[in-house]
Design a protein around this ligand. Structure first.
Ligand code: FAD
Length: 634
């Protein structure tokens, strides 16, 4: 599979045609796409309500159906296939060589998550993510292609939302190697879909849509046969409208790949700009109804996001091996560097953080495979936690390797040293905090759900645009709710839960239990303190989310360690790692509570606005300035 010909230079964003979108409109679009119902239980949601429901994650959730031998067999074959291809060379060349595409197709790798009745392997999330971890440590081309195709590309939304005709038409083709991708982002649409300009207009006879616009950073576009494209559909005769999802074929007239993007990391990723000019899409290719595209994207990402935590944990393992071996053989100041306390602190962090990342990744996958839970918060939290912690781990691994961490693998090899590519790994890790929902957007998403029960009670009080009368009326209800809520979370337990079954780790679970009450109280206090303005107090909200993320990782680690020890009582090492992770997480949680309503926030925000107003441009003098972005006149 070679990359498509690049057809013309990327178009520049046309600022003149675009109407400014207000914050309220952006919020309304996001709110409309939000899933509002909770029909299945969620550990994280309960935790923010002050209820530590260990019973939801202990015993570790069992899969609805186990792949058993079939999964192991597939992973074995995949591993053997990877050994036949040179991952480094693959990542340095554009396109996917025919033999690699053929090999992956024959293995069924493009249909891992497609049900068997449609020609796929129908494997569980567990086997799928293990396959991504395996490929990710070998070639970013193979892992990014398989992941963009199956985590966010056409198969996932088609399986969940497609009609029977759509499934029969496309799923077998996708399973047989037709690569796909997901096209939401535009030059003006990153985290804010309200600004979307790609437009699909229904024809007069109602048989097709005509699509125009440009999509940016579409992973797999240079290799793809099919894309899920999000486009704005205008309201017609008072009906429809909103953002709608379509299956678009790359070889249709009017579809052009106009630029192939390259990045700081993921050297093998195939990613491009796609332009649509009067592309005719049959109505049969619309996924769900008009206006339901963002909902489709959000639901797709709920499970799609489970891949990133797994690949971050896999990178943590790689870092652990690198620092273990290097800190043993590298001697400075009369001792192996691992004996110096500063380095030892980093090594133990890498080990315990990797254990926690693995527990968080595995728990998200287990919850999804069981089919008994609503995983939207656990998936977002896993993505947030593992991408942030994974970055810390990668940075520490580079520090332990010293100058060799910063030197490229090629340069190391050329002068006779082992080609350990820490800098390359670090560059590829960084994107995890940005794509598939940046860390800030994940925190906003989680915070929205954490405060939701209070918002429901608050009604108009939390709506900045509601009339004062409506706010005053609802404020009475909110006051009653808050008093009850804080009281409820102060009183504590009618019967103190016992966590003795966790042995040495029981104190950490008791801490998590107490802290979930404290967290629920803090949310209520924040609502009472800031009212509708809480929405804008991101520093406070983000600390609330980060406390929750640490608690979630603590609980996942404790349950995982306890299970591992139960399986193999002679090996207590998982408890050592979970214990250290929990001790450090508790320190971080204490710091976050200390700073929860920090006085510094207001001043920090003010300084940022002064920076934007140009008050400190004197500080930028004396350097060669960076190029000005579009929209800035110097
Ligand atoms: C390698 C790569 C692959 C990608 N693959 C795909 C793909 O296959 N399909 C696709 O559609 N897209 C893809 N993307 C796009 C990716 O999902 C976006 O980069 C991401 O959504 C962020 O958008 P943005 O870069 O425009 O940042 P912006 O939205 O402009 O955000 C810039 C900064 O502001 C922060 N921010 C934005 N809004 C808020 C807010 N309300 N509150 C607080 N902070 C905020 C962000 O977190 C970020 O730090 C890819 C990107 C890359 C780099």
């Amino acid at each position: 599979m070679s990359t498509e010909t690049i057809e013309k230079a990327p178009p520049q964003p046309d600022q003149t045609q675009h109407r400014e979108i207000s914050e309220r409109e952006a919020r309304e679009v996001a709110e409309a796409a939000r899933e509002k119902e909770w029909t299945l239980p969620s550990f994280v949601r309960e935790m923010y309500l002050g209820r530590l429901r260990m019973d939801l994650i202990d015993p570790w959730p069992e899969p609805k159906k186990d792949d058993g031998e079939r999964g192991e067999e597939f992973l074995k074959k995949l591993g053997a296939f990877l050994e036949t291809v040179d991952g480094g060379a693959l990542d340095n060349e554009p396109g996917m060589p025919e033999h690699v595409h053929k090999g992956l197709t024959e293995l069924g790798a493009f249909g891992m998550k497609i049900p068997q009745e449609y020609g796929g392997l129908g494997l569980s999330q567990k086997t799928y993510t293990r396959a991504l971890a395996l490929t990710g440590s070998h070639s970013s081309l193979i892992s990014s292609t398989l992941s963009a195709h199956q985590s966010i590309g056409v198969p996932q939304p088609l399986v969940v939302f497609g009609t029977e005709e759509q499934k029969k038409k496309y799923l077998p083709r996708l399973a047989q190697g037709a690569i796909s991708g997901f096209a939401l982002t535009e030059t003006d649409v990153g985290s804010d879909p309200a600004r979307m300009r790609c437009e699909a207009v229904l024809s007069e006879d109602g048989t097709e849509y005509v699509l125009n616009g440009t999509k940016l950073w579409c992973t797999n576009a240079p290799l793809a046969e099919l894309l899920v494209v999000m486009a704005r559909t205008p309201v017609k005769d008072g009906k429809g409208g909103g953002i709608t999802a379509f299956i678009v074929e790359m070889d249709w007239e009017g579809v052009a790949l106009t630029h192939r993007c390259s990045f700081m990391g993921l050297p093998g990723i195939e990613n491009g700009v796609v332009e649509f000019t009067n592309v005719r899409i049959p109505v049969e290719n619309r996924l769900l109804d008009e206006g339901r595209g963002l909902k489709l994207a959000l639901v797709t990402l709920n499970t799609g996001r489970l891949s990133i935590p797994v690949t971050c944990a896999a990178t943590g393992k790689w870092c652990l091996q690198v620092v273990r071996e290097w800190a043993t053989v590298r001697k400075q100041w009369g001792a192996p560097i691992g004996k110096h306390e500063a380095v030892a602190q980093m090594i133990s962090s890498i080990a315990s953080d990797t254990f926690a990342m693995q527990a968080v990744a595995d728990l998200g996958v287990a919850l999804a495979d069981s089919g008994k839970f609503d995983i939207r918060l656990e998936a977002a939290m896993g993505k947030l936690f593992n991408s942030e912690v994974g970055w810390r781990v990668a940075d520490q691994a580079m520090q332990v390797r010293g100058g060799r961490g910063y030197e490229t693998a090629e340069s190391l090899e050329a002068r006779g040293e082992a080609p350990i590519g820490v800098e390359r790994m670090l560059r590829s890790m960084r994107i995890n905090r940005i794509f598939e929902g940046s860390s800030e957007i994940m925190r906003l998403f989680i915070a929205r759900e954490a405060v939701d029960p209070h918002l429901k009670k608050a009604g108009a009080v939390a709506d900045p645009d509601a009339t004062f009368g409506a706010k005053a009326k609802d404020a009475v209800g909110l006051g009653v709710h808050m008093t009850g809520w804080i009281g409820q979370n102060l009183v504590g337990w009618s019967r103190k839960p016992s966590y003795g079954k966790y042995g040495k780790l029981s104190g950490h679970v008791a801490f998590a239990d107490r802290t979930s009450h404290r967290l629920a109280r803090s949310i209520a206090m924040a609502m009472a303190r800031y009212g509708p303005k809480l929405e804008r107090r991101q520093a406070v909200l983000f600390r609330i989310v980060d406390i929750g993320a640490e608690l979630y990782a603590m609980c996942a680690s404790v349950v995982r360690a306890t299970e591992l020890v139960k399986q193999n009582p002679s090996d207590q090492t998982p408890v050592r790692l979970a214990d250290l992770f929990c001790q450090r997480a508790r320190q971080r949680i204490d710091d976050l509570f200390d700073d929860l309503f920090s006085d510094v926030d207001a001043d920090a925000y003010k300084v940022a606005q002064e920076v934007l107003d140009g008050d400190f441009t004197w500080l930028e003098k004396g350097i060669f300035p960076p190029p000005a972005p579009e929209g800035i006149e110097r």
